[in-house]
Write a protein that binds this ligand. Structure first.
Ligand SMILES: *Cc1c(COP(=O)(O)O)cnc(C)c1O
Length: 355
């Protein structure tokens, strides 16, 4: 892949590094950040020169549009370290394309490749030591953009801030994940912002998620908003169902986020000769498959957890437990994907990009 390079980034280095204070064996996801951040402002119709500088809080006007109207989008990606200390990104071009689709939907300016990709490579080069070797160790990357223009009038801002922050992460075992199937609340609707990685999509889920957690479920599987009969995705993950030996996942749509992990797993499964059927699974089909024993696995797929096996689901007050599978397709695909990401297997797809 060709990625343009540029020297058009100002770099202000931190005087000292926090890295020796970090316990890399006991990281809680997304709470520790590296020494630097990238900041690039948009004003007067133009992106300004990006700067990489020490990680620190910053000031914005209390009337900034992000606080009042939620003009905010983000991405989630990871950097991986190869055995030879090389540092790798996984399909960063996909994240850039999706980020800019989210930007358009939220009436925000698109971020050019030389700011997003070159900025990413430059900050990762500076923070190389924060990417630790070994399966499961990653540096989680959070690019985001917020509306910083002041004024509480309800219209798009004219000023924005694009930033990249980095957080070391260990692969987490999330415990047994039980899910509840949405019968009333919705994550997204046709014509809405469900396909964008917009901040408001997540805050809108917090309340139904809290209700689910109070009942002992970690996640919600969202259904279509109009009929609640089609299974769509989880809060931050796409979802796969294995019935007999076929994997099913819903097609992406205005309501479903186009996950990079989802599409990579589909390609990997096809390569491994596993049947994949990209179509919506109906709640009724799921119940029938659970009852007759043909439902073998359900798993979420997303950058943060990679693959998250689900042990059971609840629908209309009844809990359905999944059987224990010896030959989990979820785990098999997870291994194949992580081997590519950590450069332990040949990347025949051309997905990995060196920093
Ligand atoms: C980010 C996200 C995903 C997963 O996307 P990846 O690119 O695989 O990380 C799935 N669903 C939603 C709603 C998301 O926000």
């Amino acid at each position: 892949m060709s990625l343009k390079t540029t020297n058009e980034i100002d770099i202000v280095r931190a005087i000292s590094s926090k890295i020796n204070d970090v316990d890399f064996e006991n990281l809680s996801f997304g709470s520790t950040f590296t020494d630097h951040m990238l900041v690039c402002d948009f004003k007067e119709g133009q992106w300004q020169k990006p700067v990489i500088k020490p990680y620190e809080p910053f000031m914005i006007d209390p009337s900034a549009k992000v606080f009042h109207y939620g003009q905010a989008i983000f991405e989630g990606m990871k950097a991986y370290k190869g055995e030879d200390n090389s540092v790798w990104l996984f399909r960063p071009d996909e994240n850039l394309i999706r980020f800019n689709k989210s930007a358009v939907r939220m009436a925000m300016p698109e971020v050019p490749e030389n700011i997003f990709i070159d900025g990413l490579k430059t900050i990762l080069d500076i923070e190389r030591d924060w990417v630790k070797k070994g399966l499961g160790n990653t540096l989680y990357i959070r690019p985001f953009m917020i509306a910083i223009g002041s004024g509480v009038i309800a219209q798009p801002s004219t000023q924005y801030r694009f930033m990249i922050i980095l957080s070391p992460a260990k692969s987490y075992y999330s415990g047994e994940v039980k899910v509840i199937i949405a019968e009333h609340y919705s994550r997204a609707a046709n014509g809405g912002i469900g396909a964008a990685k917009a901040a408001g999509n997540y805050s809108a889920q917090f309340y139904p998620q809290k209700l689910a957690q109070e009942k002992g479920f970690q996640q919600i599987i969202w259904t279509d908003d109009a009929t609640h009969t089609k299974l769509e995705e989880a809060g931050t993950m796409n979802v796969f169902f294995r019935i007999n030996d076929t994997l099913y996942t819903a097609p992406t749509s205005e309501r479903i986020l186009d996950g990079v992990t989802r599409k990579s797993l589909i390609d990997l499964a096809k390569r491994e000769g596993i049947n994949v059927d990209v179509r919506s699974v109906l709640v009724d089909e799921l119940l029938a498959a659970a009852k007759d024993g043909s439902l073998k696995e359900i798993f979420g797929a997303g950058t943060a957890a990679v693959v998250s096996p689900i042990v059971g689901f609840q629908y209309q007050g009844t809990y359905y437990e999944l059987p224990k599978t010896e030959n989990s397709i979820a785990l098999q695909l997870k291994d194949k994907l992580t081997e590519i990401q950590y450069k332990l297997a040949e990347d025949t797809f051309g997905w990995t990009v060196e920093v």
